[in-house]
Design a protein around this ligand. Structure first.
Ligand SMILES: [Zn+2]
Length: 247
């Protein structure tokens, strides 16, 4: 780390659990953020400001006026631009020292595997169950920890699915693939804007902790936020030995 980096990251380095070693681990890390919308915006902004050395952003969508109420990486002037390019510009302005790969594409499972393989941690910031399950399958197969977040209306949830040791549940243990979930899209259900900030920031926090190996991750726990009462609850999630993905 050079003098400018020591200054930029000094408030991290001051923390005993982080120090130079933890900050260096962040600089050496590569995080894959899938989705550059409500969750992906704050998550990627904190990962960039905190000095994660390489960020890959994937999203096939363009910025729409209806996104700006909550997707804080984008601006009014960038309506119509690809979200990954808009978000990259925001991230570069925050931290020009990191490497950002912006991929405007809709990824299938084979492409996901290519992207997940080199990643230290994956953040699922998407909003549909099919993609969430595909991301989970690839993360389990390649033993890459997955930080998952979701928000709808006034409800949020966040968890970590880290199956590297073979003891913790995967996303599919919690939400079986054959379960008849209907995608409650933001377009029809609405989203209370600050909640994606809360949950996205927590996803970034969990990713940074996993990279540095500090504290205890959310693996095996699902945090649920009731934004109307502003109450968190924590639910234990057990590994399903019969899970078709990780069992
Ligand atoms: Zn599983």
């Amino acid at each position: 780390m050079n003098d400018a980096q020591l200054l930029r990251y000094s408030r991290h380095i001051l923390i005993d659990e982080i120090g130079i070693e933890g900050q260096q681990a962040l600089l050496d890390a590569h995080v894959l953020v899938i989705g550059a919308g409500g969750l992906g915006s704050p998550a990627a902004m904190y990962l960039a400001s905190a000095g994660v050395g390489k960020l890959t952003l994937v999203d096939d969508d363009t910025v729409d006026l209806t996104n700006l109420q909550r997707q804080i990486a984008h601006t009014t002037a960038r309506v119509g631009q690809p979200k990954v390019l808009s978000a990259s510009e925001t991230l570069r302005n925050i931290n020009p020292e990191i490497v950002i790969a912006a991929l405007q594409e809709r990824v299938d499972e084979a492409r996901l595997a290519e992207l997940v393989l080199p990643a230290t941690v994956v953040l699922d910031c998407t909003d549909n169950f099919a993609t969430r399950h595909a991301v989970n399958r690839v993360c389990v197969a390649h033993k890459v920890p997955l930080v998952s977040g979701a928000v709808i209306r006034f409800d949020g949830q966040v968890s970590v699915f880290d199956t590297r040791a073979g003891t913790q549940p995967c996303y599919c243990c919690l939400f079986p693939q054959d379960q008849a979930f209907t995608d409650e899209a933001c377009s029809t259900m609405g989203v209370f804007a600050p909640l994606v900030g809360v949950v996205g920031a927590m996803q970034a926090a969990e990713a940074l902790k996993l990279i540095m190996g500090v504290g205890e991750s959310l693996a095996g726990r699902l945090l649920l936020l009731d934004g109307l009462r502003m109450e968190w609850s924590s639910m234990r999630v057990a590994r399903d030995p019969a899970c078709p993905v990780c069992g």
